[in-house]
Design a protein around this ligand. Structure first.
Ligand code: SF4
Ligand code: SF3
Length: 543
């Protein structure tokens, strides 16, 4: 195996024997083989697009399959076998349609004719032989850019999948997915060509996140500022993790009147702000922090845990029997709920003790997405004009286990009192419970939402730029981004495609970026790694 798609990759180079995330060689080889098979399908689907062929089932399947290879989503080898078989089945069906429409079908790349072995072991062998990442290109810089593109595509697939679950799709997104997957197979690309496709990925990701925003707010209303208890109350309980709002709604409906309280974990925290979710009386509070702490936190939660998407870690034996998965997330040996009937989770909750006391651990505020923030835009603009607010910092992105991530905690702690911090995604758990007070009634810490709500943060920045009649880069706004998995890569590409400069990225730069590619990013976008300490960055930004 050779995987370096996430920030915690072994030795800052690549995981080659076992993933730091727990992904073993079997799953790594199957995931690589799946990407290979999908590039083959993409050759035909991309050609099909030129002939006006749009197959919604294929579009949806490809998003699910690509999303399944994102870090900390699916660790179950059997599911990859099925995805591989289905990919080739859909490829052959697409090939027939393309042929019937008079399109090109004689692609000579091996991905176009790939046949999976008859069993899991055979497929693992094929994945090993393929050696996907090293084989992407012989030129290390082109390979680096192709990896950037591939990982950005994984992020796009995640957002597209979330949006389509709530009925929002755009054929242009899948069309680009095919074009870009096919581009991974192209030989002789230049750096400029690769950068251009990566920038287009950023644009398409913005479109995809806009779809997801419309899906979430259209279904559940615009988030409103909401206080969320961090303690618990006596009673049976279920913890829900991941990012999927629809799964949460189904769980809330299925547990109504059963005497079970629902608690959010990780990226589900912002769900408390949605009117159509917060209306449930048994949707009680939030438990725990970011994904990397689940080994410490889950043993102490007296109920089952339902995972809806990333980030799952290998469940410890002491709680494995009460971890359930649904949707694309999977861990071998954990009960997977395919049909969204959460009865096994409910039965588990009823069989367990639940909380036996009431504990007040304080609370946090969520719900400062674009509608809420722009609803008080006048106040914000006036505060900036009066110099009550000097600067905005967007401190957000993924969390992770690296010790260097305390940079983000210290950064927020040291932000001067006349500055506002916007945050989103699970990186917020480094400081989410800090009381930063307010500036003239505007809270100094505003939780915009999940990583899935990056669109909302971008819209806030664009609206401020419009109000001040300036470019986003001329706003008193700085982006301090923490990354871990590939949704962050997609968001970064979006920010770059919007021409946003001077982003500080940490805790370390991606292992898949070569020095030459980094130089292109520095020269074009002033992208920089976070400094060793926040004082240095704050001084550089605020002068
Ligand atoms: Fe390693 Fe990250 Fe790949 Fe897991 S996803 S194998 S930790 S690089
Ligand atoms: Fe976090 Fe996995 Fe990226 Fe959604 S939950 S931001 S890491």
């Amino acid at each position: 195996m050779y995987c370096n798609q996430c920030e915690q990759t072994a030795k800052g180079v690549a995981c080659t024997t076992i993933g730091v995330c727990g992904k073993d060689e079997t799953v790594a080889d199957l995931q690589d083989l799946l990407i290979h098979a999908l590039t083959g399908l993409a050759l035909f689907a991309n050609e099909g697009r030129q002939k006006g062929i749009v197959d919604e089932n294929t579009d949806r399947f490809v998003m699910e399959a690509v999303f399944s290879t994102l870090t900390n989503v699916d660790f179950d080898p059997e599911r990859f076998v099925k995805l591989l078989e289905k990919t080739v089945e859909l490829r052959e069906a697409m090939k027939e349609k393309v042929a019937a429409a008079g399109g090109k079908t004689d692609f000579d790349h091996p991905a176009a004719t790939f046949t999976p072995a008859g069993d899991l072991d055979g497929m693992v062998e094929q994945g090993k032989e393929l050696n996907l990442i090293p084989s992407l290109d012989s030129d290390e810089n082109i390979r680096s850019l192709k990896q950037t593109l591939l990982y950005g595509l994984k992020g796009i697939a995640a957002y597209a999948d979330h949006a389509s679950i709530l009925g929002k799709t755009d054929p242009a997104v899948a069309g680009f997915m095919y074009e870009a997957l096919a581009a991974l197979l192209a030989e002789g690309l230049t750096v400029e060509q690769c950068v251009a496709v990566a920038m287009k990925a950023g644009e398409i990701n913005l479109k995809t996140m806009e779809l997801l925003d419309a899906a979430n707010t259209g279904t559940y209303g615009h988030p409103v500022p909401t206080t969320v208890p961090l303690g618990h109350r006596k009673g049976k309980c279920i913890l829900i993790s991941g990012h999927d709002l629809h799964d949460l709604e189904l769980l809330l409906k299925q547990t109504e009147g059963k005497g079970i309280d629902i608690y959010t974990h990780g990226e589900m925290l912002p769900c408390h702000g949605y009117p159509e979710l917060k209306k449930y009386e048994h949707f009680y509070g939030h438990y725990g922090t970011a994904w990397q702490n689940q080994h410490k936190e889950f043993p102490n939660f007296p109920g089952p845990v339902l995972f809806t998407t990333n980030c799952i870690q290998k469940p410890r034996d002491e709680y494995k029997d009460r971890v359930f998965t649904t949707g694309l997330v999977g861990w071998p040996g954990c009960t997977h709920i395919e049909d969204k009937d959460f009865t096994p989770v409910i039965e588990k909750a009823l069989a367990m003790d639940g909380w036996t006391d009431d504990v007040d651990n304080g609370s946090v505020m969520v719900g400062f997405a674009r509608n809420a923030v722009l609803g008080v835009a006048d106040k914000v603009i006036e505060a900036v004009k009066n110099k009550d607010i000097r600067h905005f910092f967007l401190v957000g992105g993924c969390d992770g286990a690296k010790p260097g991530r305390d940079y983000f905690t210290k950064f927020v702690e040291q932000v001067p009192s006349d500055c506002v911090v916007l945050t989103l995604a699970c990186g917020k758990f480094r400081f989410f419970d800090k009381d930063l007070g307010d500036i003239g009634g505007i809270p100094r810490l505003l939780d915009v939402g999940q990583c899935n709500d990056a669109y909302s943060a971008i819209q806030i920045a664009v609206a401020l730029a419009n109000a001040f009649e300036c470019d986003v880069n001329d706003l008193p706004l700085s982006l301090i981004i923490s990354w871990y998995e590939q949704k962050a890569v997609a968001i970064l590409l979006t920010l770059l495609s919007l021409g946003i400069k001077d982003i500080r990225l940490g805790p370390s730069l991606p292992a898949f970026i070569t020095p030459a590619v980094l130089q292109v990013l520095v020269d074009t976008f002033d992208l920089k790694p976070v400094a060793d300490n926040p004082e240095e960055d704050l001084k550089a930004i605020l002068g």
